[in-house]
Design a protein around this ligand. Structure first.
Ligand code: ADP
Ligand code: MG
Length: 427
């Protein structure tokens, strides 16, 4: 039998490491470290190669993290197994890395991996009751400066859960947007084209901005809001600013782009002489198809006045869905009220009454009324001069606040909204 030699990794071994890597995968074991990581460690960290004649039969690769060494790849080709090569490579690696002050060498192996025997023989012991967890860091390094220039950011993970009530809207967005975007491969298997651009419409304060952010938070994709007023100052004006902004956005792997009050830049064209905004509307109409060409992104446009949007804007092919975000029903109002009533008041406040009396309130109206009740109760308790011992707003405080609150959505607006749904909604 030819003797096995151990030596340091050389750049010409790259193909052989690639082959070993493939072999491991062919055996049905997904390596813990990505190939790029392993190759980077071959170049920059520590790697020992086992060879027989010209043939590479094994590789052990590791990196040091302070006093702990991590083995990022360990493989012996099938035909050379059983000869103790893995153990020899580990010993050689340890010898090379020990002078760096390492006190421990660790390796993660898939449950079904047969290397366990070799590791035991080499003096490794199995740490029981450990599970391996990982999470993707959503933004790559090269994207950071683009995101900074665009004013984009990753939003906290809990925004979706923090939307109270609005079950119907949540369910719709969860199914139509989040599902196909988060499970892109599954969607493809079912022949589902993930949405690329949508419109949210509805009266002010119903939660359009909140939902757009929640979708970004849910997917953990960066959230970039495009502010027409901010990009209008460049030399080419707003149209050129939009083009440039969308050019930068195209560099991101994943992104939710949000344009609020989109009617301001995509209003009905026509009129003589043509308004200055027409060029901007045209520019946006041109940018959307290009934006839609790339996966991993979603444009969300929000508007309070869907009727004033240009017809071409809403035509099929530009937006996958046109989704109404309406006033909360009783159940949603209950959830929203419950969120704002402090612990100390819960026993005393009959939420059902608040729900009934706040019919026609938007989430923002309820938020306002709840804060106003709390503030009034606080002021009254401190400055009111009564010797009342109750802490927190009472039902009366809430009812008074409800009558003080002017609802944002009048009956007329609500009627128009329902007509808009019949005419324009698509989901
Ligand atoms: N479902 C909800 N639960 C709790 N607060 C909400 C909800 N929807 C909206 N809000 C609050 O109402 C206010 C207005 O919501 P926003 O999303 O800006 O409405 P829109 O964009 O439709 O005008 C925000 O302060 C938001 O936090
Ligand atoms: Mg908004």
């Amino acid at each position: 039998m030819t003797t096995t030699r151990l030596r340091d990794y050389q750049p010409s071994d790259m193909d052989a490491v690639l082959r070993l890597w493939d072999e491991v995968r062919q055996e049905g074991m997904e390596p813990v470290y990505a190939l790029a990581e392993v190759l980077a460690s071959c170049e920059k960290d520590h790697a020992v190669i086992a060879s027989r004649g010209d043939e590479v039969v094994g590789a052990a690769v590791a990196r040091a993290a302070h006093d702990q060494g991590w083995i990022v790849f360990l493989a012996v080709t099938t035909s050379a197994r059983g000869a103790g090569i893995a153990g020899d490579m580990l010993a050689a690696l340890e010898q090379r890395m020990a002078p760096m002050g390492l006190t421990r060498l660790s390796i993660l192996v898939p449950d079904e991996q047969q290397q366990v025997g070799a590791l035991m023989r080499a003096g490794f012991h199995d740490r029981a009751h450990l599970s391996y967890f990982e999470r993707e860091i959503p933004v790559k390094r090269r994207e950071l400066s683009i995101l900074r220039d665009l004013g984009g950011r990753i939003l906290p993970r809990d925004l979706w859960e923090s939307i109270a009530g609005m079950q119907a809207e949540k369910k719709l967005l969860e199914r139509r947007l989040v599902l196909p975007l988060a499970e892109a491969e599954l969607a493809e298997e079912f022949g589902v084209e993930p949405p690329r651009s949508i419109v949210l419409f509805g009266p002010p304060g119903t939660g359009k901005t909140t939902f757009a952010k929640a979708v970004a938070s849910r997917l953990q994709w960066p959230f970039v809001e495009v502010f027409p007023s901010r990009i209008a100052h460049g030399p080419g004006g707003l149209a050129a600013g939009l083009r440039e902004t969308f050019g930068a956005i195209a560099e991101l792997d994943h992104v939710i782009v949000f344009i609020d009050e989109v009617e301001e830049i995509a209003a009905q064209r026509g009129g003589e002489p043509p308004s200055a905004m027409q060029g901007v509307t045209n520019e946006l109409l041109k940018l959307i198809p290009t934006f839609r060409d790339r996966p991993g992104r979603l444009l969300i446009c929000a508007t309070n006045f869907i009727r004033s949007l240009d017809d071409a804007f809403l035509r099929h092919g530009r937006f996958d869905y046109v989704i109404p975000i309406g006033l909360p029903d009783a159940e949603a109002r209950r959830a929203i009220w419950s969120r704002y009533i402090p612990e100390a008041s819960r026993e005393r406040v009959d939420v059902a009454t608040l729900v009934e009396r706040s019919d026609g309130f938007s989430p923002a109206d309820i938020e306002f009324a709840a804060r106003s009740a709390a503030q009034a109760a606080l002021e009254n308790s401190v400055y009111g001069g009564t010797s009342s011992t109750t802490v927190g707003p009472t039902l009366d405080d809430y009812l008074a606040a409800i009558s003080r609150t002017r609802t944002t959505v009048s009956a007329d607006v609500a009627r128009e909204f329902h007509a808009d749904i019949d005419m324009l909604a698509r989901y």
